[in-house]
Write a protein that binds this ligand. Sequence first.
Ligand code: ADP
Ligand code: MG
Length: 378
Amino acid sequence: KVIEGEALRKKMHNTILELKGNIRVFCRVRPYLLDDDAENETKTVSFPTTTEAIGRGIEVVQHGQTHPFMFDKVFTPQSSQEEVFVEISQLVQSALDGYKVCVFAYGQTGSGKTHTMMGTPGSYDDKGIIPRSLEQIFEARQKLKDQGWKYEMQVSMLEIYNETIRDLLSSNKSCSTDSGNKQQYAIKHDPNGNTHVSDLTIVDVRSSKEVSFLLNRAAQSRSVGKTQMNEQSSRSHFVFTLRISGVNETMEQQVHGVLNLIDLAGSERLSKSGSTGDRLKETQAINKSLSSLSDVIFALAKKEEHIPFRNSKLTYLLQPCLGGDSKTLMVVNVSPAPSSVNESLCSLRFAARVNACEISIPRRQTSMRYLEPRLSYG
Ligand code: ADP
Ligand code: MG
């Protein structure tokens, strides 16, 4: 009987892997901050301690009702940037092997998306996924050199605001998001799966230092937009793209990988931002592109025939890097503050929808998927 159970468990696990494809969902809860309503002692977020849920389960209490969720990995407020990166480094590494990779940070404004992706500049321990990924990639490149590999890397950084692309590395200092020139930043995909965005600045880079310099430039460009356009940075998607081309002449091999690291616009809903006019348009554009993103990932996970890539700029831009044998990771950021409990639940529900297992496996069998400790990439 035990063997039967074990065999069934293995079979279920393989089915789950097949169903999930290369999509993983992590959740990260940030610590309490001074600005949070900390005097309110009610705990809204907790982490189940049953063995199969450790490190993967999260529970949210709202109006006395407990809502449990399970993801590929859950990071608690105590989890360090390093602990988060350890779980992601393999995925980052696969871009050097020729995979197309997307890592998204999702969550309401203030939930820790930028902390997760960028971290606090200047502080080593607080470095986020983007700087750590770059360090790892350039370090690995050095090692692969000894095995005859020559890599070329190119970086671009853009922002999507109100369904309009803005080049963050452009030397043109103009801040207008759309000069009325509809052909600017037109997105084209060639048959080899390469994406071309017309007029977008692409920079050859040789070290992680060079990329840091560009990241600072992009951050400055973003904050200029911020004062002029209503805190644009939390209202826009930030897309960092590293294109990697490797050639090994002795082995007669070449690889082309892409690493996309994306800090999404705040997911807070319409009511909370009290939207009217431009703000309303903004919020609707964000809602539309975030729901398009979940529609696309959902459709990919279900292996549907039609994937609605064209419903938003973001999904259309990333089309070649989503689906196929590319790899996608969604990090859903959550605030533990009681005042954020509604938004946190919304974010977790979004994540649960993206986490294909929640819907693909017949209800009676869902508990099976918790048994495997960690699904590995590749
Ligand atoms: P978002 O980008 O989602 O709007 P931020 O990343 O700017 O949110 O985070 C909001 C605040 O919380 C910032 O002051 C940030 O430094 C802090 N913060 C977020 N996550 C963490 C964390 N894991 N540890 C410590 N501070 C954090
Ligand atoms: Mg942010």
